[in-house]
Design a protein around this ligand. Sequence first.
Ligand code: HEC
Length: 174
Amino acid sequence: MFTRISLTMVLLSLLPALAAQPLYQPLGQPASDLSDKPEWNLTISPDGQGLPAGSGTASQGKHIFEQHCAACHGFGAIGGSAMPLVGEVGSLASEYPEKTVNSYWPFATTLFDYIRRSMPPSAPFSLNSNEIYALCAYILSQDGIIEADVELNAVTLPQVTMPNRNGFSATYPQ
Ligand code: HEC
């Protein structure tokens, strides 16, 4: 009995000290403080808003693709252990629709956004803007969506019209 009471009293005497401590150690920082951090402010709009400076062409992109991407997506981006990124343009309405970047994606700017934030999966953010523009040029030129010698940059990439640009409809009224 005596021990039980004294244990309770000890615990009670600790309460004010416990109440003074925050329940959790403060971790991180408020999201609003991150808006100036480029790695958190990555979204690129269909109209190209958010695209960084830099440029690249398909022939530069081919070399980078073979170094960093072909191991999974295959040489020529036609598919390997990871999905094909090119080909199958026009297949969506057929018996065997195949969604690749070139057959399915409505906006070319998404390609820059996607590669920068997530590819290669082992090293996101590892490619610089010139390299990413070059990779976009390589992938798009594989299906003739752009000519092989077009230089992609913040002005020309949003001007690219993807084959499935009008294949999406809005579920909600504007
Ligand atoms: C280690 C394997 C691997 C490497 C290397 C890799 N990828 Fe990927 N990639 C994937 C996988 C797996 C996915 C599917 C991810 C998912 O659906 O969540 C993917 C998806 C993509 C997509 C989206 C395709 C779609 O239709 O949704 C693009 C674009 C892409 N990768 C580009 C690249 C580029 C460019 C490189 C080189 C810089 C690269 N990837 C390197 C494995 C890889």
